[in-house]
Design a protein around this ligand. Structure first.
Ligand code: AHR
Length: 546
């Protein structure tokens, strides 16, 4: 049977699709159609969406609150090694196998003098950090971060200060990190005990420079020209470095898309990627406190990637450039509770508790949806960072004596463990539910249809394995999805787990660390047709041998 006839048969089976699609704008763009009865999809390894760059599953670590100090660096704590690094955190993150970690900020980076954080520790200055109004001792800096990255087996993604910093400082930072020897900055690194260059490949050209909250914020064209100038100088050191321009810090910005267009019109030829950021929440303005709308927010994230991708294509066309930019979604997560007042103001304390968001079950389901959205857009989005990794809006929380896995840890972990090889291009038919624009904030005000089932399949031809990631957004009913495996055909279910529970607002605490934790799910027998029965309000992974 040809690919085309398979697709034709599948589309014919969708039945009711046509009428409903006329009113829905979201579904086709994500490969979805409306149907009745169980959800259905066909898996065929010849329909490839993207080769997966594992950097899509990265994370973020900022000098903010307790992320660095007491999170990864806690000298004197019995759990820390002789470098002061928390060994339980190292063990956890290296087991997770996080591919890339962005550092040192975030808003922090726009006031950071990287020179304060290198060299003998007793000579490093203590400064007032102005993004979060905290005391920064600089006892952890770039070299400690690189050492820590090597210990946890991750790649560093460093950022420049394009707020208060100068182009000269930015370029010196690259020379310090990457130049072998024989120059002012490379020899300073060597004098600090690091003979070999750190060889950092990925760099962010500033952070959220469109934001009025950002130190040194500036208009798009000014930023674009500064980014181009810095990038051009950096290319002298190493033309192969991967440079990421600052895109809009959220679709809610008044300059959304225009900022991205103007920045790229200035620096397209000198950069490789552009950043996207977004944080989501189940609040009155964003969702009307409606969990059904909340669990559809991964589609808003997906739309954002399509929109920014379209701006990149537009500028590519304008410039008649052969280069296709990729997207770096280098801050994404749920964040809506610890967002104001004392949760964001360090009040001149060292390692204050900031942005310590407690995550519940519904947050974890949405994070599963975000993973699916990123995987679906993996042809365009090459880098992405869950913001953040420890203590600050994070899947992991430390206490002086232990480590807690928050609910969102699990869907993120599953992506790290099982998403490998290629993301397959699926056409999915699923029953859908309506969402209404109502009085929601403009970027979420949408009349549309949302499929109850959200599914992604990855296929790893080297290991002969596949993974299926399934979100059931139905809050009232279990739902079935029938997967028709054309090629490959699973021979064994290696693992099938689900995250669900009776209380969508349940959280994990140090006293009850497993209140929200995965449970095994009865998987169908492996074979050509597999029907998964997904519990209501759940996120499920199936790991299959081929
Ligand atoms: O991740 C927390 C903050 O959110 C970052 O510092 C900033 O870039 C964003 O606004």
């Amino acid at each position: 049977m040809t690919q085309n006839s398979t697709r034709r048969r599948f589309l014919a089976r969708l039945g009711t699709a046509g009428a409903t699609l006329a009113t829905a704008s979201w579904l086709p763009g994500f490969g979805y159609a409306q149907t009745s009865g169980p959800a259905r999809t066909i898996v065929d390894r010849r329909h490839v969406r993207a080769d997966l760059d594992r950097r899509l599953l990265g994370a973020f670590l900022e000098h903010l609150g307790r992320a660095i100090y007491t999170g990864v660096y806690d000298p004197g704590n019995p759990l820390s090694n002789d470098q002061g690094f928390r060994t339980d955190v190292i063990a956890e993150i290296s087991n997770m196998n996080v591919p890339i970690i962005r550092y040192p900020g975030g808003n922090f980076v726009s006031g950071y003098n990287w020179l304060d954080g290198v060299g003998p520790k007793d000579q490093r200055p203590t400064v007032l950090e102005r993004a979060w109004n905290s005391i920064e001792t600089n006892q952890f800096g770039t070299n400690e971060f690189i050492d820590w990255c090597r210990l946890v087996g991750t790649e560093p993604l460093l950022g420049f200060n394009m707020g208060t910093g100068t182009p000269e400082q930015a370029v010196a930072y690259v020379e310090y990190c990457n130049f072998p020897s024989g120059t002012k900055w490379s020899d300073l690194r060597r004098a600090h005990g690091y003979d070999d260059p750190h060889n950092v490949r990925y760099w962010c050209l500033g952070n959220e420079m469109d934001g009025p909250w950002q130190m040194g914020t500036m208009p798009a064209r000014e930023y674009g020209r500064k980014a181009r100038d810095i990038a051009r100088q950096i290319r002298v050191i190493d033309p192969s470095l991967q440079l990421i321009a600052c895109g809009s810090s959220s679709p809610n910005m008044p300059t959304y898309l225009e900022w991205d267009r103007e920045v790229l019109e200035e620096c397209y030829d000198q950069v490789d990627g552009i950043s996207l950021h977004n944080y989501f929440g189940n609040t009155e303005p964003l969702t009307g406190n409606d969990t059904s709308r909340y669990l559809a927010m991964n589609l808003d994230m997906e739309r954002q990637m399509q929109e920014i991708g379209a701006v990149c294509d537009y500028v590519q066309g304008l410039r008649k450039s052969p280069k296709r930019l990729w997207l770096s979604f280098d801050e994404w997560n749920v964040w809506y509770r610890a967002r104001t007042g004392d949760a964001v103001n360090g009040r001149r304390q060292f390692a204050p508790s900031l942005l310590e968001e407690p995550y519940n079950l519904e947050d974890a389901l949405l994070v599963g949806g975000f993973v699916n959205a990123l995987l679906r857009q993996a042809d365009r989005t090459k880098v992405a960072c869950l913001a953040q990794i420890v203590n600050v809006i994070a899947p992991l929380t430390t206490s002086p004596t232990g480590l807690l896995r928050q609910t969102i840890y699990y869907p993120y972990l599953w992506s790290l463990k099982y998403a490998r090889g290629r993301v397959l291009d699926l056409q999915v038919a699923s029953e859908s539910y309506e969402i209404r624009a109502g009085n929601l904030q403009a970027d979420f005000a949408r009349n549309d249809l949302v499929p109850f089932i959200d599914i992604v399949v990855t296929h790893d031809s080297e290991r002969n394995e596949a993974a299926v990631f399934m979100l059931n957004r139905d809050l009232d009913s279990d739902r079935e999805i029938v997967i028709d495996w054309q090629d490959p055909v699973p021979s064994r279910v290696l693992n099938c787990e689900t995250l669900t529970g009776p209380d969508l607002k349940a959280i994990n605490t140090f006293d009850a660390p497993d209140r929200v934790a995965p449970e095994p799910l009865d998987a169908p027998r492996p074979g050509r047709s597999m029907t998964f029965k997904l519990p209501k309000a759940s996120y499920t992974v199936a790991h299959l041998a081929i």
